[in-house]
Design a protein around this ligand. Structure first.
Ligand code: HEC
Length: 175
C-alpha cells in the first residue's frame, strides 16, 4: 500500500468508527447512565409484556404498570426464583384523571385513566456478578429520560429488602 492509500484507509476507518459511535444500533441515543449501578434506559422497554398493574396511594398517588423483558416474563411464568441474570423489570407510572366521556355514558364518575407520566420510570436489572453487593440487583430511576441522583439510588435495595423472600421483587405475576 502506498503511504497515501494507507493514510486514506486510516481516515476511512476512523470515520466509520466515529459514525458507529455516534449512531447507536437502535437509532436512538442510549442516554446518560444512572449513578451507582450504571444502567441506561433499556431499549424498547415500552413494548415489553405485562407482569402486573398497581395503584399507589398517599404522596405517590399514581397508576402503574410493571413490565418485563423476555427473561423476566419466562421466569415469572415458570415461578423461577432467584430470577436469572438478564432479567429486567420495569415500573412505569402515570397520573390519572376521570374520563369525561365515561361519566357521560354512566351518568356518574366512573372511569379513571392514565394521563401523563408521574414519579419517573424505574428498573431492576439482574446481574449476580456485577451487582453482588446488592444481592444481584441493579436499580435505576429516570425522570423524563434523565437519571435521578445517587441519593435516590441508595434507597432502592434497602426498601426492597421487605420482599427478600421473593428475590426482592414485590409484584407477583397477575394471573
Ligand atoms: C420505600 C420503599 C421503596 C423504595 C425506596 C423503592 N421501592 Fe421499588 N417498589 C416498592 C414497592 C412496595 C413496590 C411494589 C409496588 C409497586 O409496584 O409500586 C416496588 C416495585 C418496584 C419495581 C417493580 C418490581 C417489584 O419489585 O415489584 C421496580 C422495578 C422498582 N420498584 C424499582 C425501584 C428502584 C429503581 C428504586 C430506587 C430508585 C426503588 N424501587 C425504590 C418499594 C420501594
Amino acid at each position: 500500500m502506498t503511504r497515501l492509500a494507507s493514510a486514506l484507509a486510516t481516515i476511512f476507518i476512523s470515520l466509520a468508527g466515529l459514525a458507529a459511535y455516534l449512531t447507536p444500533a437502535s437509532g436512538e441515543p442510549a442516554g446518560e447512565a444512572a449513578p451507582i449501578f450504571g444502567i441506561t434506559l433499556p431499549e424498547g422497554y415500552r413494548d415489553w409484556r405485562l407482569i402486573s398493574v398497581a395503584h399507589e396511594e398517599g404522596k405517590l398517588n399514581d397508576l402503574r404498570a410493571i413490565l418485563g423483558n423476555d427473561t423476566a416474563i419466562d421466569a415469572f411464568r415458570a415461578d423461577q426464583r432467584p430470577f436469572p441474570d438478564g432479567t429486567i423489570i420495569a415500573r412505569l407510572a402515570w397520573d390519572y384523571e376521570k374520563l369525561a366521556e365515561s361519566e357521560a355514558a354512566f351518568g356518574q364518575a366512573q372511569s379513571y385513566v392514565a394521563v401523563h407520566p408521574k414519579n419517573g420510570v424505574q428498573f431492576m436489572v439482574k446481574d449476580s456478578q456485577k451487582y453482588a453487593a446488592t444481592d444481584g440487583w441493579g436499580y435505576a430511576h429516570f425522570n423524563d429520560g434523565k437519571p435521578a441522583d445517587a441519593k435516590v439510588h441508595e434507597t432502592c435495595h434497602a426498601c426492597h429488602q421487605a420482599a427478600k423472600s421473593r428475590d426482592f421483587v414485590f409484584n407477583r405475576y397477575a394471573p
